[in-house]
Design a protein around this ligand. Structure first.
Ligand SMILES: *Cc1c(COP(=O)(O)O)cnc(C)c1O
Length: 351
């Protein structure tokens, strides 16, 4: 740290993203990317913008918003696009938290939440998951803080019902409830239909997982127009061009080919069932996943050993070191072939 670094932020511990190895060819099952590449139309969309890169992108994302509204059935002033959904989560901490509205989230959830709290100097509290990693809903009822809830949760893969989240929203009318639905397209119930009913609900989603666009960086938030206006105040005070030309055009193409996304999600759900069946047969245990990953622990082999042995065999998974989850690995559901490679490697390792 230089002597110039802000004293306020001197204790900041940045988020550590999953490994993105250069060189060695790994089967990458560590960052929940989609194993299927974007469709042809998205590839052509990116190419179509290359010769226009001397021009700024549209800060109002008009084409993108139009395409979005026709797929999702919301009004144009009820959505905001951001540079990945990490961007909008950061905006939400800035816009909706302060000393009177501290943040609250689970002790085991997306590792970026405490980092966003810290970088925005927002106080926060955590609510422990129960022993089986399910959420303790009653602790959020009337909690009187800005709630961040990943649904389905990461890295556990467990989903809450919409009705359970609705109770949290309803009981905290003076605070915003942010529902991070990064994985919702893999089977959970979305809270999107609730935005017309509650002024304090912000739903965020991403094109990184179900829509095969992690490298393009595109996320969005849906909420009542007042919350969206607040988020745009932050966005226009930070970087009005946070969606670049290529990404915006790719996003439009992706939305116009929504069937491709839906088909891939169905394939991933099938692969997930196949992987879960095989993991169970090898004496791994895991919570039922509603995502494109499985959070698994073996009966006798440690989580760290599974991670290291898989790495030796050219397969990357995400290992966590937190005390309650050190025996687990978060394994992305890949193609059927990738699942088979993983299963074969695991068979060797547990022998
Ligand atoms: C992947 C992920 C995100 C955001 O990813 P972006 O690529 O920034 O859109 C947000 N929340 C959770 C829980 C995630 O796993």
């Amino acid at each position: 740290m230089s002597s110039f670094f802000s004293k306020t932020l001197s204790g900041l511990e940045p988020y550590v993203p999953g490994e993105q190895p250069a060189g060695v060819k790994y089967i990458k099952l560590n960052t929940n990317e989609n194993p299927y590449p974007p469709c042809e139309a998205v590839v052509r969309a990116a190419e179509s913008q290359a010769k226009q890169l001397h021009l700024y992108s549209d800060p109002d994302c008009r084409e993108l918003i139009k395409a979005f509204c026709s797929v999702y059935g919301v009004d144009e002033n009820e959505v905001i696009f951001t540079n990945g959904s990490d961007d909008i989560l950061n905006f939400a901490f800035k816009a909706f938290c302060d000393s009177e509205h501290p943040a609250v989230f689970a002790d085991i959830t997306y590792g970026f939440y405490p980092v966003f709290a810290a970088v925005n100097c927002v106080p926060f509290e955590t609510i422990p998951l129960k022993d089986d990693f399910t959420q303790d809903i009653s602790s959020y009822i009337g909690v009187g803080k800005t709630v961040f809830i990943a649904n389905p949760n990461a890295p556990t893969g467990i989903a809450l019902k919409r009705s359970e989240i609705e109770r949290i929203i309803e009981s905290n009318p003076d605070n915003v409830v942010v529902v991070d639905e990064a994985y919702v397209d893999f089977g959970a119930e979305s809270c999107l239909p609730l935005i017309k009913k509650y002024k304090n609900l912000l739903v965020t989603q991403t094109f990184s997982k179900s829509r095969s666009m992690a490298g393009a960086r595109l996320g969005f938030g849906v909420a009542c127009r007042e919350l969206i206006a607040d988020l745009n105040t932050i966005r226009f005070s930070t970087n009005p061009y946070n969606i670049n030309r290529m990404t915006a055009t790719c996003g439009v193409a992706c939305l116009k080919n929504d069937a491709y996304t839906r088909e891939n999600c169905e394939k991933i759900k099938k692969n997930r069932a196949y992987l879960e069946k095989n993991l169970a047969a090898m004496e791994f245990s895991f919570p039922p996943s509603m995502t494109n990953f499985v959070f698994a622990k073996h009966n006798c082999v440690s989580g760290e050993k599974v991670y290291l042995e898989l790495k030796k065999r050219g397969i990357l998974v995400r290992h966590f070191t937190g005390s309650r989850i050190a025996d687990y690995n978060r394994i992305t559901v890949g193609t059927r072939e990738q699942c088979d490679s993983l299963i074969n490697a695991l068979k060797e390792i547990i022998q």
